[in-house]
Design a protein around this ligand. Structure first.
Ligand code: SF4
Ligand code: SF4
Length: 164
């Protein structure tokens, strides 16, 4: 029988594993630092070698990314728009005062799960899910909510917790 994929395992376990995730994060917080970040980077690579984001698109469907001024200039140019026009059509200020895409799923997510502006996508999209090189410890508070969105984060936390 074929092994279930990491995405299938996550779908089955994510809602039953909330308390387990909290416990894992408590243990990982005690280990935060460069050594944990280097290990997280290796585990990130290993997990994402087994997950194709095009089979998921959970982040693009569920979290409006922050869009900076420099993102806006780059994306507007690619779309042949003026930055102000792009802002009016696609951006909004959220409750934290950040400028973000104005819709979920993202207006640039296509039906095949590809990003229409992939080459010029916002920096926040490139950095998600904040588990690769030197990002892991700095973004501890994001990992619990991201476990519900991203199968990668779910598996990275569990593999890191297994390495003592
Ligand atoms: S801009 Fe592209 S990568 Fe970013 S959320 Fe939208 S579809 Fe996803
Ligand atoms: S939620 Fe995680 S696995 Fe899914 S597309 Fe985004 S980064 Fe990839």
């Amino acid at each position: 029988m074929p092994q279930p994929s990491l995405i299938e395992i996550w779908k089955k376990k994510k809602s039953q594993s909330v308390a387990e995730t909290k416990d894992i994060l408590k243990r990982l917080k005690r280990r935060r630092g460069k050594q944990l970040d280097q290990l997280a980077d290796e585990v990130h690579e290993a997990v994402f070698s087994k997950i194709d984001c095009l089979d998921c698109a959970g982040c693009c469907a569920g979290i409006p990314p922050i869009v900076t001024k420099s993102d806006t200039g780059r994306i507007a140019k690619e779309l042949g728009m003026k930055p102000a026009e792009f802002e009016r059509q696609y951006l909004v200020e959220d409750e934290d005062g950040d400028t973000v895409m104005n819709a979920t799923p993202c207006p640039f997510l296509q039906s095949d799960n590809k990003c229409r502006i992939y080459e010029v996508r916002p920096k926040a999209c490139r950095q998600y899910p904040h588990t690769d090189y030197l990002s892991f410890s700095k973004n501890m508070k994001l990992h619990a909510p991201n476990t519900a969105i991203c199968p990668g984060v779910f598996h990275i936390l569990r593999r890191l917790d297994e390495v003592k």
